[in-house]
Design a protein around this ligand. Sequence first.
Ligand code: SAH
Ligand code: SF4
Length: 358
Amino acid sequence: MLKPSIKSLLLDELAHQLALRGEPSYRARQITGWLYKKRVDSFAAMTDLPASTRAYLAEQFSFVGPEVVRVLGSKDTTQKFLFRLADGNLIESVLIPASPALYGEASDRRTACISTQVGCAYGCKFCASGLDGFSRNLDPAEIVDQLLAVEANSGQKIDNIVFMGMGEPLANLTYLLHAIGIINAPWGLEIGARHITISTSGLAPQIRKLATEPTQFRLAISLHGATDAVRSQIMPVNRKYNLATLLEACDYYVARKKRLMFEYILIAGINDTDEQAHKLAKLAARLSAKINLIPYNTVEGLEWSRPSRNRQESFLRILRDHGAVATLRREKGHDINAACGQLRLQTRRAERKERSPA
Ligand code: SAH
Ligand code: SF4
């Protein structure tokens, strides 16, 4: 049987396990200090632990982090990391430098875009992550390890996280919340809940669940259409949870004094009409939601394109005329395929070609 990763445990879980062995109560904190503050990469490096404790840890837990397969981009631009997991699956993470439009506020923060699943089952028509279908959920350690690996490989400190990489975070809610427990904790990565954004394609029942979570992270709803006709055309999930159902779940969320925001990809001729803009502004007003407009990123093999700069600006103007708080993302990383899922897709296609030469 595969050993669990040491990085999948919360402090009290680790403390409990060590107490059963008769270890002193400070031991768990010593270990999390080595893992998340000093960032060592083996049990052997935890030099203030007795040899017997180190041997016990090595016997019970694994320490393997992801293997870096490719890194694209440079220090001052978006950097993209392709990782191979222990079972051979590929996932990707993105490091985005200061970007005022990313989550609506001026900021000098470095944001990491993190994956939560291998592939995605929701098959949005514009998205590279869904193209190859769904393989599996990432476990808490595989989520936390992306952050550790991005920091180790970029030499930069991450202070903002968006779960907007590959996968649907709310379809992996238990592991996601567990990972956030480690990311958010003072003994862990110490990233404040208000700097953690979960993005969802609109899983209404899970949005209701999140409404009662005590942690104050941010929630982004990938709306991408202001009517059922437009939304269903590009997001199959809308046939399961239509706009009325989704918005009721959002009302419930907001009624519990929580804020959410809308993400809205602009795709030429599909969802970028004046009519959609007027309707979107009204939905945002209902929920006091900020709107983040994202010009569509071209995905190889998909027919969609981004609207002209003029069209993007007039869509934004309509929203603002309604009094909506909206930003338009001036793309960083378009040139290196920053939309998550694309690097993995290219690499998998290339690997398949290598295996079966024409
Ligand atoms: N599954 C979740 C989170 C991952 S997708 C969700 O759908 O919200 C994160 C964001 O990237 C979503 O808003 C998604 O719509 C957007 N996205 C996906 N493909 C894109 C593309 N080609 N161009 C621009 N944004 C894209
Ligand atoms: Fe999945 Fe989100 Fe991509 Fe839709 S946009 S296929 S939900 S990752």
